[in-house]
Write a protein that binds this ligand. Structure first.
Ligand SMILES: Nc1ncnc2c1ncn2[C@@H]1O[C@H](COP(=O)(O)OP(=O)(O)OP(=O)(O)O)[C@@H](O)[C@H]1O
Length: 238
C-alpha cells in the first residue's frame, strides 16, 4: 500500500474536524474524496501533507509511519500537494514558479520541467509571463505543474476544478487522467462529485469528519444515496 491513513482525529482548537478517518491509496490509483462543504476533505489532505497535526491515529507512506515527519520532508518522500485556492507566486514567472516546486531537489530537473510543459503546453507558451497575470484556469495548471516538479509518487489535488468554466473543468480532469497514466498516483478532493467519480478508480464519501462509504467509483455513481446527496438525484448519470 502506498498511502495508509488510519483512524485520524484532527482538531481546530477544541472542535474536531476529523474523528476517525481511515483510507488507503494503492500505487497507480486515482482515489477521490467527495463530500459536502465542511465534511473534512481539505483537512484530510492537509493532515497527509503534514500541515495539520494529528490528535490520534496514524499516516503511513510506503509502509513507514510518517505521522511525525514534518511537511517539507514528506514532500521529499514523494507526497506532492496542489492546494485549493492555487497559491502561486504572483510576482514570479511561470517558469520560476515551476522551479520553486523543485526547490531543494538534488540533480537535474530539466527533464521534469520538459514533462510539465508537455502536459501543459499553455504553460510552455507562457513561461516568461508573471504568475499573477495568468487566468484562473492557467493558475490552476501552474499549481498542478509546480506540484509535479516535486516529482511526487502521490499527488494530492484539492478541488482542481474550483471556479473554472465547464470546458476548463473537463480539460483539468483530462490532465489529471494523463498525469496518472504517466505513473503518478492521485488522491483527489472534489466538490464536483460526478466528474470525480467518472475519473477515479475508487472513492470515499466523507460526512462531518468521518468516512461513511467507500467503494469503486463506478459503484458510487449508481448508489441511490450518493446520487441523491451528491449527484443531483436522478440527473447524475444515465
Ligand atoms: N482554520 C480553521 N479553523 C477552524 N475551523 C476550521 C479551519 N479549517 C477548517 N475548519 C473546520 O473544519 C471542518 C472541516 O473543514 P474542511 O475545510 O476540511 O472541509 P472540506 O470538506 O474541505 O470543505 P470545503 O469543500 O468547503 O472546502 C469544517 O467544519 C471547518 O469549518
Amino acid at each position: 500500500m502506498l498511502l495508509e491513513v488510519n483512524d485520524i482525529h484532527v482538531y481546530y482548537g477544541k472542535v474536531a474536524a476529523l474523528h476517525g478517518v481511515t483510507l488507503e491509496v494503492s500505487e497507480g490509483e486515482i482515489v477521490a474524496l467527495i463530500g459536502a462543504n465542511g465534511a473534512g476533505k481539505t483537512t484530510t489532505l492537509k493532515t497527509i501533507s503534514g500541515l495539520r497535526p494529528l490528535a490520534r491515529g496514524r499516516v503511513r507512506f510506503q509502509g513507514e509511519d510518517i505521522s511525525k515527519v514534518p511537511a517539507h520532508k514528506r514532500v521529499a518522500l514523494g507526497i506532492g500537494q496542489a492546494p485549493e485556492g492555487r497559491g502561486i507566486f504572483p510576482g514570479m514567472t511561470v517558469q520560476e514558479n515551476l522551479l520553486m516546486g523543485a526547490y531543494g531537489r538534488k540533480g537535474d530537473v530539466s527533464g521534469d520541467l520538459a514533462q510539465v510543459y508537455e502536459i501543459f503546453p499553455r504553460l510552455a507558451e507562457r513561461k516568461s509571463q508573471y504568475g499573477g497575470t495568468m487566468s484562473g484556469g492557467e493558475q490552476q495548471m501552474l499549481t498542478i505543474g509546480r506540484a509535479l516538479m516535486t516529482n511526487p509518487k502521490v499527488l494530492l489535488l484539492d478541488e482542481p476544478s474550483m471556479g473554472l468554466a465547464p470546458m476548463l473543468v473537463a480539460q483539468i480532469f483530462d490532465i489529471v487522467k494523463e498525469i496518472n497514466e504517466r505513473g503518478t498516483t492521485v488522491l483527489l478532493v472534489e466538490q464536483n462529485a460526478h466528474q470525480a467519480l467518472q475519473l477515479a478508480h475508487r472513492a470515499y464519501v466523507l460526512e462531518t469528519g468521518a468516512v461513511v462509504k467507500s467503494a469503486p467509483a463506478s459503484d458510487l455513481l449508481h448508489d441511490p444515496e450518493v446520487r441523491a446527496a451528491y449527484l443531483g438525484g436522478d440527473l447524475g448519470v444515465a
